[in-house]
Design a protein around this ligand. Structure first.
Ligand code: ADP
Ligand code: MG
Length: 313
């Protein structure tokens, strides 16, 4: 059985097609990522799947339950970390965690154990007596994610859970989630950060303007859309518009850009072995000196950008 099965799902707000005829399935133990820019329709999809918002049309089954007819059964078995903040402002961190467990009918002893573990795992131990109101943005976000693990669930929805976290806290959060997945949890996860999707997800749906542009594994996305490589080189002379003009004329070169931060040129090409000798020849002809050169692998960022660009055209 699919943990999530979505067919032709749409959600319109007036004329705005926030979600426009999307379909996908998620299997048990998978981390399924929704990757897309702001306004793509990620939050709307999560709101529909978690029964907070009614779909305009489409068939959705979550954990075997029909979304329209069995919303309550679904709600009892899922966890949700929403994009916007939601927690009790005046209660201490540990009090808030305990209260959340209480609302989910978790027995007292179990709550106490979980609070201890989560405070440590999410770096909130020092702040356990602090009212949520006085926490930093990062601490609040960590609390919001931690809180969801006070109760058991079969499926967890996370809407951009790492926004506002520094890189260490981000990594710690993702690693915590990975551990839970090993123990059987299924996760639906949204992000606009590629590295994050790549680090955590088994499969990624790229969403743009309410539509799923493609769904695949991170590895396949890279392979399919990141075939060209980047030849990165620097000139002793720094900059040469003349050389750039010559390089642009090479057939196998897709584009050349200069990185403003370090002055390196990035040449996009599917044939670095052809382009590199030509770069040396052209530089020599202009009496320029290449001081460093290397071939960079395509990143998921490249894949993502080329998918969105294809979508535009
Ligand atoms: N309640 C609403 N009323 C009208 N438009 C909305 C509403 N919620 C979202 N939208 C619009 O739907 C689109 C998708 O929004 P959203 O799902 O929040 O995107 P994301 O989470 O990917 O940033 C956006 O254009 C947004 O402005
Ligand atoms: Mg959103």
């Amino acid at each position: 059985m699919d943990i999530i099965a979505v067919e032709s799902l749409s959600k319109h707000y007036g004329d705005k097609k926030a979600v426009d005829d999307v379909g996908f399935t998620v299997s048990k133990g998978e981390v399924f990522g929704f990757l897309g820019p702001n306004g793509a329709g990620k939050t709307t999809t999560i709101k529909v799947l978690t029964t907070l918002v009614r779909p305009t049309s489409g068939n959705v089954r979550v954990l075997g339950h029909d979304l329209r007819k069995e919303a309550k059964q679904i709600r009892n078995k899922i966890g949700v970390v929403q994009q916007q903040e939601s927690y009790d402002q005046n209660i201490s961190v540990e009090g808030g965690l305990d209260l959340y467990g209480f609302l989910w009918d978790v027995p007292k002893q179990k709550r106490a154990e979980r609070v201890e573990i989560l405070l440590k795992q999410f770096g909130l131990y020092e702040a356990r007596k602090t009212p949520s109101l006085d926490l930093s943005i990062g601490q609040r976000r960590r609390l919001q994610v931690a809180r969801e693990f006070m109760h058991d669930m079969d499926l967890l929805f996370l809407d951009e859970p790492t926004v506002g976290l520094d890189s260490l806290a981000r990594r710690a959060t993702l690693d915590f989630l990975k551990e839970k997945v090993k123990n059987g949890l299924t996760i639906f996860f949204t992000t606009h950060i590629l590295e994050e999707a790549e680090y955590l997800c088994n499969r990624i749906a790229v969403i743009n303007n309410g539509k799923i542009v493609t769904t695949d594994t991170p590895q396949n996305l890279k392979r399919k859309f990141g075939q060209s490589k980047s030849v990165d080189f620097k000139l002793l002379e720094g900059t040469s518009p003349e050389l750039v003009k010559l390089i642009e004329r090479i057939d196998d070169v897709n584009k050349i850009v200069q990185d403003v931060s370090d002055g390196a040129y990035h040449v996009t090409t599917a044939k670095p072995e052809v382009v590199i000798p030509m770069l040396y020849q052209l530089a020599a002809r202009l009496n320029l000196h290449i001081t460093s050169i290397y071939i960079a692998e395509p990143t998921l960022e490249d894949a993502f950008i080329s998918i969105l660009q294809e979508d535009k055209s």
